[in-house]
Design a protein around this ligand. Structure first.
Ligand SMILES: CC(C)=CCC/C(C)=C/CC/C(C)=C/C=C/C(C)=C/C=C/C=C(C)/C=C/C=C(C)/C=C/C=C(C)/C=C/CC(C)(C)O
Ligand SMILES: C[S@@+](CC[C@H](N)C(=O)[O-])C[C@H]1O[C@@H](n2cnc3c(N)ncnc32)[C@H](O)[C@@H]1O
Length: 382
């Protein structure tokens, strides 16, 4: 058996299911069993699959950095016209051909490219999906800040010391007076959000069209890209973006540039301190609540409800988890992302439902979205 100072999962009392689970865990932790299972034909495939899964967890950062090189060198764009020989591509990218082939073999192994013959590579499904998705490429570049904060993950869990890269990047997350943030401090995150919101906007507006609504208030609406998408879809709709003053100015510029200034207004404010504009018959909170702690979100939901007209509706969209089934995007990725950023957390659908009800909303419903990995949607009535 494994040579451990403390016994792993001592035999338990309880249901047969618990006892069986404990037995399995003890067995799998035993190196002798691991060796046996890797060679024994009936268990060999399971052992290989689990070993591979553990290897992929170990190697995740390496895979991610291969993706960074792939995006930074714009390999997908250079292969968009069809497969190309390594030598020609190397000339275009000003890269040594051997180094490029190393990258292309790696990106082929990861499903981004495919090998079409001796020294010739083309796009595979994941590389092609990346090409159609500018927001993802920007996120990949942005991850440098996240990885800097994750360099010492236990220190991060213990609260660390000094300002983290993401805490600085998202200046509002821990600021006492967020409304004082200058244009310089909000420009980078506003651009990143504007690049990544179009897919979320499509999915939310497809799942819940705003037909029949008169005035939309997008709370934390950033530089107005969601509102612009809604107004282009619904010609009778008017809207207001409520965001920090320096961000609201970016939205004003967008509306002017897109000829929407007659239908879209901005309200520069701090939604933790200032009242929201009243009278909208639909409000949206898109990727806003998970930035903040429970107490602030509870107050914000109360504020939004109070600002909505009678019969008004709230659409709350962001990544959500399942209370009883932790999963990689909400619990692993956003769990640690938001920890580095400051005070936020990715909440379960159940938790958000409960918070909405406590804020006085009724008829809280989840409306399925096309890509729940980007955002799930809850609607609630005043
Ligand atoms: C017959 C043929 C040709 C094919 C058949 C097979 C087939 C149907 C293939 C499908 C091909 C296809 C259309 C693929 C599409 C793939 C898509 C749409 C992929 C999308 C991927 C999206 C990704 C990877 C998104 C990543 C998002 C990230 C990392 C978001 C991060 C967000 C952050 C950090 C937000 C921060 C906000 C804050 C601060 C927390 O509030
Ligand atoms: C993660 S971004 C989401 C932006 C946009 N809804 C989207 O999905 O692209 C959060 C937004 O909330 C705004 N915000 C954060 N704290 C705020 C506050 N106290 N008052 C007003 N806006 C705030 C930020 O400026 C930012 O634009």
């Amino acid at each position: 058996m494994a040579d451990h100072a403390t016994p792993i999962h001592p035999p338990a009392s309880g249901s047969w299911r618990d006892r069986w689970q404990n037995f399995r865990i003890r067995l799998i932790a035993d190196p002798t069993f691991q060796r046996f299972a890797a060679g024994f034909p009936p268990t060999r495939w399971i052992a290989r699959r689990k070993g591979r899964a553990l290897f992929d967890l170990c190697a995740g950062f390496v895979y991610s950095q291969i993706l960074v090189a792939f995006v930074r060198l714009r390999v997908a764009e250079h292969l968009a016209g069809g497969p190309r020989p390594v030598a020609a591509l190397a000339r275009d990218l000003s890269l040594d051909a051997d180094a490029l082939e190393r990258l292309l073999r790696a990106s082929t192994a990861l499903g981004l490219t495919r090998r079409c013959g001796e020294g010739v590579y083309g796009l595979a499904d994941l590389g092609a999906a990346l090409l159609g998705n500018a927001g993802v490429a920007e996120m990949i570049e942005h991850h440098a800040a996240l990885y800097a904060d994750l360099a010492d993950p236990t220190a991060l869990l213990r609260g660390g010391s000094g300002e983290r890269a993401l805490e600085h990047y998202w200046g509002y997350a821990t600021a006492e007076a967020a409304s004082g943030l200058s244009g310089d401090r909000v420009a980078a995150y506003s651009e990143l959000m504007a690049a990544s919101v179009p897919m979320v906007a499509e999915d939310v507006l497809d799942a819940h069209p705003l037909d029949g609504r008169r005035l939309l208030m997008d709370v934390g609406g950033g530089s107005g890209r969601f509102v612009a998408a809604a107004l282009h879809r619904h010609p009778g709709l008017h809207a207001v973006v409520a965001d920090l003053p320096s961000v609201a100015e970016l939205a004003r510029d967008r509306f002017a540039a897109e000829g929407l200034e007659g239908r879209a207004q901005v309200a520069g404010l701090d939604f933790h301190r200032d009242p929201l504009p009243v009278g909208a018959d639909v409000a949206t909170l898109i990727r806003v609540c998970f930035d903040h702690d429970d107490a602030r979100v509870a107050r914000l939901l109360g504020q939004v409800r109070a600002a909505l007209a009678p019969g008004g509706r709230l659409l709350l969209a962001e990544v959500m988890t399942d209370a009883e089934r932790p999963e990689p995007i909400g619990d692993a990725y956003f769990g640690f992302y938001l920890l580095a950023m400051g005070r936020g957390r990715c909440r379960s659908v159940e938790k958000l439902r409960d918070m909405l009800r406590k804020a006085g909303f009724r008829a809280v419903r989840e409306v399925p979205t096309r890509r729940p990995m980007l955002a799930r949607l809850l609607t609630a009535e005043v």
